[in-house]
Design a protein around this ligand. Structure first.
Ligand code: ZN
Length: 349
């Protein structure tokens, strides 16, 4: 099977390079991501308008592997393209193996299963990363985070334990939420010898309780939801002081394989969603665009640059002269993503 199937051949290759020191999850994650990167971007069709488009580039870092391999690759990519972005780091234990299957679109997972991935790896390998506590990312990979800070990217907190947040936030009380943020904040502060200036809730899972707790930290803004424009959240009738900069564009895993969007047309699709006069905030993942899809992402940046599109850290959008209206964050399901996410909503809704 693997001899005929290029996806599986590459899976075999990544296993065979002998990354002995990597956790099994690293191999598995990288292998799946590599398997979806066989085809590369082939062109674009967006009309050049002559206007300068500004895009906020948000880089979520969820895992040990993404920090170790994806972040350095992205730092190089961004350096080559002279771009400053916002990195949101997870710094506590990497328990994302428990979430591995849900990181992939069900359609792709079915394809992998059809491709006999289970017999290739064995179920023990596929499940092993879920059976013991993961390594603490910040303890081992602080040097990577410091490299991002040294390169003058904006540094924000994503999570202490990404998996715990996205799977258990609904059951966390105020003390647990506060402890989670504080552990991450303290760890990241120690690593970069400065307070992180912003935060982004894992998987856009954010509630009024979370917003209320975040006010106790010196974040200049938070990016906890999906939406269309910068706003000040209202919680219990009070307008909070920390603005929200929502992600406005879909992620790769949310749209690939839907609506005729393929790996080859993905860059064109995202470019087609950008527009002047609106907030363009793109989220990428160190585990995806920094690893298996790094070439695809670099082509995206090159094409965007050829059209005069400029990329910036999210915080730079706070300097825009547009008035910041109040709003709310409500839980909603969105296409391509399992479970609810926080979504920007008007006050009146
Ligand atoms: Zn994340």
């Amino acid at each position: 099977m693997s001899g005929k199937n290029p996806d599986l051949r590459n899976c075999v290759n990544i296993i065979s390079v002998g990354r002995d020191s990597f956790p099994v999850l690293d191999k598995l994650y990288g292998s799946f991501c590599l398997a979806i990167s066989i085809k590369f971007f082939a062109g674009s069709s967006m009309t050049h308008t002559g206007e300068t488009l500004r895009v906020g580039l948000r880089i979520d870092v969820d895992t040990f592997s993404g920090t170790r391999f994806g972040v350095p690759a992205l730092l190089e990519t961004l350096k080559r393209n002279n771009i400053k972005a916002s990195f949101f780091f997870s710094v506590g234990p990497d328990n994302m193996g428990r979430h591995l299957w849900r990181l992939l679109r069900p359609a792709f997972l079915k394809k992998m299963l059809r491709s006999n991935a289970a017999s290739l790896y064995g179920w023990d390998i596929l499940l092993r990363g879920t059976l013991w506590p993961g390594p603490k990312i910040g303890e081992k990979l602080g040097y990577v985070i410091r490299a991002a800070a040294a390169a003058e990217h904006e540094i924000g907190l994503h999570a202490w334990d990404h998996h715990a947040w996205q799977s258990r936030l609904d059951r966390m009380n105020g003390q647990a939420v506060d402890q989670h943020i504080r552990q991450g904040f303290d760890c990241l502060t120690k690593i970069i010898a400065a307070s992180p200036v912003c935060s982004a809730a894992p998987s856009w899972k954010c509630s009024d309780l979370v917003l209320d707790k975040k006010e106790q930290f010196p974040f200049q803004y938070n990016s906890d939801c999906r939406g269309t424009g910068i706003f000040y959240p209202m919680v219990n009738g009070r307008q909070l002081s920390q603005p929200q900069i929502p992600a406005t564009l879909p992620t790769y895993d949310e749209v690939i394989g839907t609506g005729g969007i393929t790996h080859d047309t993905y860059n064109d699709y995202i470019l087609s969603l950008l527009g002047p006069g609106k907030l363009n905030i793109l989220t990428i993942h160190a585990e995806v665009e920094g690893m298996a899809l790094n070439s695809l992402f670099e082509r995206f940046l090159e094409t965007a640059r050829s059209r005069g599109i400029a990329f910036h850290p999210l915080g730079s959008f706070l300097n825009d002269s547009m008035p910041i209206e109040p709003g709310r964050i409500v839980p909603e399901e969105i296409p391509g993503r399992e479970g609810w996410v926080g979504v920007q909503a008007p006050l009146s809704r």
